[in-house]
Design a protein around this ligand. Structure first.
Ligand SMILES: *Cc1c(COP(=O)(O)O)cnc(C)c1O
Length: 329
């Protein structure tokens, strides 16, 4: 067994995914001579509306339960995928969960907020304060609970921490196995970069496996150097947990592109807005506007211009719960 697999087998982990997520060919998207387009279905992670955060929560809540936590706190914007998936996972694990949003309580609960309500989670709406203020408030709430004798666990930085990123190091192992079974010897993987947890975990895992994949990280939020710095930070945290040093700096282990992010997080580009419908009409698979559509725009561009050939894979990170709040009519 590789040292990474050995470590992952012994670290606390909540078993949440029902098994490996499907890796299958795309029917029409990017189909052209010399290209084998595939999709890795991390939108099908088996709990709630699905998505990448379930992989991070396996390790974060594994740690939480090992520490004997009795409630979980998570924070994010109103339509945060992390918040909804944390609530769904806590339902499954029988843990109390509270969510903190930096928005006003809306009159009508839509998208992820509807799911949160159905999950019966307690939600705190702080009004339109900054993300930092929201996080400070959550830490204070956690401290208050601790003083009351409870044992809260705080999911920090949108689950993009060294511990959370272990989920995507594990995903690299999973993907390598699937590629072997399918006879795929080299693969270019397109993944999103928000806070950088997914990307950091993949890059770190891939490097520890000896680099079976070429990874292209499509930033949906920050300029490439900022995202790269986030990824380095997360990898340092992961190294401290595993004791396994990452063999090279991030810029030698992947390509980060910020060409498709437009105005940044949550701001559509004309191409990304079009891609949501185009992809549904080609594959019968739904994506959303904030993360997943920009990755596909990038992948299509790389394939069309010959920058990626052979087996190319889109990592679908989910976000389905927010789709229903992204259209006004
Ligand atoms: C959170 C999220 C991401 C990005 O993850 P980071 O680790 O923050 O880069 C990508 N896609 C979806 C659907 C997400 O919810």
């Amino acid at each position: 067994m590789e040292p990474l697999e050995e470590f992952l087998a012994k670290v606390p982990r909540a078993q949440l995914l029902p098994g490996p997520t499907p890796l299958h060919p795309m029917a029409r998207f990017c189909v052209q001579p010399g290209v084998q387009p595939l999709i890795k279905r991390d939108d099908m992670t088996g709990i709630g509306p699905g998505g990448n955060k379930i992989r991070s929560l396996e390790f974060l809540l594994g740690q939480a339960m090992a520490e004997g936590c009795d409630c979980v706190l998570a924070a994010g914007p109103e339509q945060s995928n992390l918040c909804t998936l944390t609530a769904a996972v806590c339902a499954r694990l029988g843990l109390a969960c509270e969510l903190v949003h930096n928005s006003d309580r809306p009159e009508q609960a839509r998208g992820n907020l509807l799911l949160n309500r159905l999950l019966g989670v307690r939600s705190h709406f702080l009004g339109p304060v900054s993300g930092e203020e929201r996080n400070v408030w959550m830490e204070k709430l956690s401290e208050q609970y601790r003083q009351q004798g409870r044992r809260p666990f705080v999911v920090r930085n949108g689950a993009s921490t060294g511990c959370g990123a272990l989920g995507y190091a594990a995903a690299a192992v999973e993907l390598q196995k699937q590629c072997r079974e399918m006879g795929i010897s080299s693969l270019t993987l397109f993944a999103p970069g928000g806070n950088g947890g997914v990307a950091a975990g993949l890059v770190y895992g891939n490097a520890l496996l000896g680099g079976p994949f070429r990874i292209v990280v499509v930033s949906v939020e920050d300029e490439a150097p900022v995202l790269e710095a986030h990824m380095e930070t997360v990898i340092r945290q992961a190294e401290a947990i595993t004791g396994l040093p990452c063999p090279a700096p991030v810029h030698q282990l992947c390509t980060i592109t910020d060409q498709y992010r437009g105005g940044g997080w949550g701001i559509n580009t004309p191409d990304s807005a079009e891609m949501v419908a185009a992809f549904a009409r080609m594959e019968g698979i739904f994506i959303e506007n904030v993360y997943t559509s920009k990755v596909l725009v990038g992948m299509e561009d790389w394939v069309r211009t010959g920058k990626a050939t052979g087996a190319v894979c889109y990592l679908h990170t989910g976000g389905f719960g927010s789709l229903f709040s992204q259209y006004e009519e």
